[in-house]
Design a binder for this molecule. Structure first.
Ligand code: PEP
Ligand code: MN
Length: 348
């Protein structure tokens, strides 16, 4: 990571540094954060001569090399002061709440609009809603482009930013063209590096945020962080890590709840953590306890499936969505736990 003496490199300076990096098989990537930008050396930056040559330039302060499998996302990285803002919330300062149905029903737009309004009223900062759906059974409903218009109309009516999952390049293009604010990469695609690359490249230079779910089969925590880093390495640092349960090891829960990995993630990376309690437990009655546990473990946010009429929703909603009123009560309890860790600043 190159730390120049001034906040930005000029085009001529960038060109000079890039040519040196290229001699060592590396390239320079500008990563533009809200608070600061950094110049990452992508590739093996540990050649002594490479470091010496760059540090020898009079406009360079130093080159930081971090021995880490995910150096951009490492807690020691220069990007650690990155401020990720979504739904009016600066991650880490206040608890972010994303809520909405698993799947938007294209035949009933009003149910989504009413759900969206009720969730906003109940305190949601952003909406979620599946347009394209990965399914456990390939013959189940897989989504419909029409739901994208409904999602964006929900955003317009409430003024809230929206999250939806993209599974391929076609979804990605449609979602970005429509103005989706947060792209979700689901558990089944968490290690689909080709998709991660396309997402990373498509959002470089934009404000778009990515919610990367933890693959339900991912063991090592470094693999999860490295997948997120791969997206960031194309230039947009707005990535959030989403534990959502791993393959079930016990009967009763749909997945094995993994909100407890939050402190481990926080020890290793500055990237915000947003827990999905709904897929973790898979049953609406357990969602509140899982959300409270996630906040106690130090999550920065929650992404919760909710519907005004869960029983008549599509996808996971009949099993695991909660009502807007249950969401409001849950958030009150979660906020109280959050305040134990970060008491609100006194107004005096
Ligand atoms: C979802 O959010 O509806 C979803 C399918 O998520 P996951 O990839 O975690 O199963
Ligand atoms: Mn779902």
């Amino acid at each position: 990571m190159i730390i120049p003496k001034t906040p930005k490199l000029t085009d001529v300076q960038l060109e000079e540094v890039s040519l040196i990096a290229a001699e060592f098989g590396c390239r320079i990537q500008l990563i533009e954060g809200a608070a600061q930008s950094i110049f990452a050396i992508v590739g093996d930056e540990r050649h002594e001569l490479l470091i010496n040559r760059i540090e020898g330039l009079d406009y360079i302060d130093r080159v930081d090399t971090i021995q880490s499998p995910h150096k951009l996302l490492d807690i020691r990285s220069e990007l650690k002061n990155q401020k990720t803002v979504f739904g009016g919330i600066e991650l880490g300062k206040d608890l972010l709440a994303i809520a909405g149905p698993c799947t938007i029903d294209p035949s009933n737009p009003n149910r989504f609009y009413e759900t969206a309004e009720a969730l906003k009223e109940a305190g949601a900062h952003a909406l979620r809603g599946g347009v394209w759906k990965p399914r456990t059974n390939p013959y189940s409903y897989q989504g419909d482009n029409k739901a994208l218009d409904i999602l964006m109309e929900g955003a317009r009516r409430t003024g809230l930013p929206v999250n939806t999952e993209v599974m391929d390049e076609e979804n990605l293009e449609l979602a970005l063209d429509a103005g989706v604010d947060m792209l979700q990469i689901g558990t089944r695609n968490a290690l689909n590096y080709s998709l991660l690359r396309k997402v990373g490249q498509a959002i470089a230079g934009k404000n778009t945020v990515v919610l990367l779910k933890r693959g339900r089969h991912i063991g090592p925590i470094n693999e999860f962080i490295s997948a997120a880093e791969y997206i960031v390495n194309f230039g947009n640092p707005n990535v959030m890590l989403c534990p959502r349960g791993t393959l079930p090891g016990l009967e009763g829960y749909r997945n094995h709840p993994d909100e407890s990995i939050t402190p481990l993630l926080k020890e290793k990376t500055w990237a915000p953590v947003v827990v999905d309690p709904s897929h973790s437990v898979g049953k609406s009655v357990y969602v509140e306890a899982c959300s409270m546990a996630a906040v106690a473990y130090g999550t920065d946010g929650l992404c919760i499936e909710a519907n005004i009429d869960p029983a008549r929703g599509l996808g996971d909603d009949p099993k695991q969505a909660i009502t807007p009123e249950a969401f409001r009560q849950l958030m009150e309890k979660c906020q109280a736990i959050w305040n134990l860790n970060s008491p609100p600043e006194s107004s005096e």
